[in-house]
Design a protein around this ligand. Structure first.
Ligand SMILES: [Fe+2]
Ligand SMILES: [Fe+2]
Length: 286
């Protein structure tokens, strides 16, 4: 088998396995009981809100995706339609229900608006030569997003356990975080496979466009960027922003910036995270 078809076979295998082993979480398995709702809300309420919104925005991501990839490979279509969207939407519904039971307003996901960036990318995506550049950008975003989710849910889980909120830890955060590494693995496999097939000019294009367009997951305006910074602070990630930025962009650095020896974190990733933390500080002070 050629390296390309070997990679395709691994992706098909991976998606099959995710579909079999990770059905969407059954709502009947969730126990929403919280021992000390006020304390819990105070500490993690805003994190729940951010995560619920981002998870629920999966439906807009699917629109972005079909704009970016007018003609996606069959395995990408299967992944997002059969595995990813049904799992993520359930994560969002469960987290949102939890925050509502804590007395918070429900999440307000934006399910329809396509940013200018997306419209421009969508327009060039129809040109054959750009298809793969857009597809690569999509995989890079997926990798950073899913890796952020894995790390954030790990920290949230630890915090919830530490508070003795066993029901939430065991029936909500643990089952959700179990499903995120499979998403990350899909994007990583896809990114590695595609990167090896791109021409030098396409790689150059990817680097440029990624440097110009990187944003943390779910942070589409100043308000949301500050919310993201708040979440980093609550999960105590603000104490090691570089470390976190480095972890979510490890494979991206390895692929896109292999020629830049000694580069620990792509500068646009580190900057975006630092800006979010600063913005949250400023908002709190105001
Ligand atoms: Fe999720
Ligand atoms: Fe995910």
């Amino acid at each position: 088998m050629s390296p390309v078809s070997l990679n395709e076979a691994r992706l098909v295998d991976h998606v099959d396995r995710l579909g079999l082993e990770h059905p969407p979480i059954d709502l009947a398995s969730v126990d929403y009981s919280v021992r000390r709702p006020d304390v819990f809300n105070e500490r993690f309420g805003r994190v729940l809100d951010y995560m619920a919104r981002v998870e629920l925005e999966v439906d807009r991501n699917v629109i972005e995706l079909t704009t970016l990839l007018p003609d996606p490979p069959e395995i990408d279509r299967r992944f997002y339609a059969d595995v990813w969207q049904p799992q993520e939407i359930q994560h969002g519904l469960i987290l949102d229900e939890l925050q509502i039971r804590l007395g918070r307003p429900g999440a307000e996901p934006d399910l329809t608006s396509l940013g200018v960036k997306m419209r421009i990318l969508g327009a060039v995506a129809h040109l054959d030569a750009f298809q793969d550049v857009c597809r690569m950008l999509y995989y890079l975003t997926g990798m950073a997003t899913e890796r952020s989710a894995v790390l954030a849910y790990n920290l949230l889980h630890a915090g919830v356990v530490e508070m003795g909120e066993t029901a939430v830890a065991e029936t909500i955060v643990a089952p959700i975080r179990r499903q995120e590494p499979g998403h990350y693995a899909f994007y990583q496999l896809s990114a590695r496979g595609l990167w090896s097939q791109l021409a030098a000019w396409q790689k150059w294009m990817v680097r440029r466009m990624r440097s110009l367009s990187f944003a943390p997951v779910g942070a589409n305006n100043a308000q949301q960027t500050a919310d993201f910074g708040d979440m980093l602070a609550t999960l105590r990630i603000d104490q090691d922003v570089e470390g976190f930025a480095g972890q979510i962009s490890r494979v991206e650095r390895e692929l896109l910036w292999a020629h830049r020896r000694g580069l620990k974190v792509p500068p646009y990733v580190a900057r975006a995270f630092r800006d979010a933390v600063d913005l949250a500080h400023l908002r709190r002070a105001a």
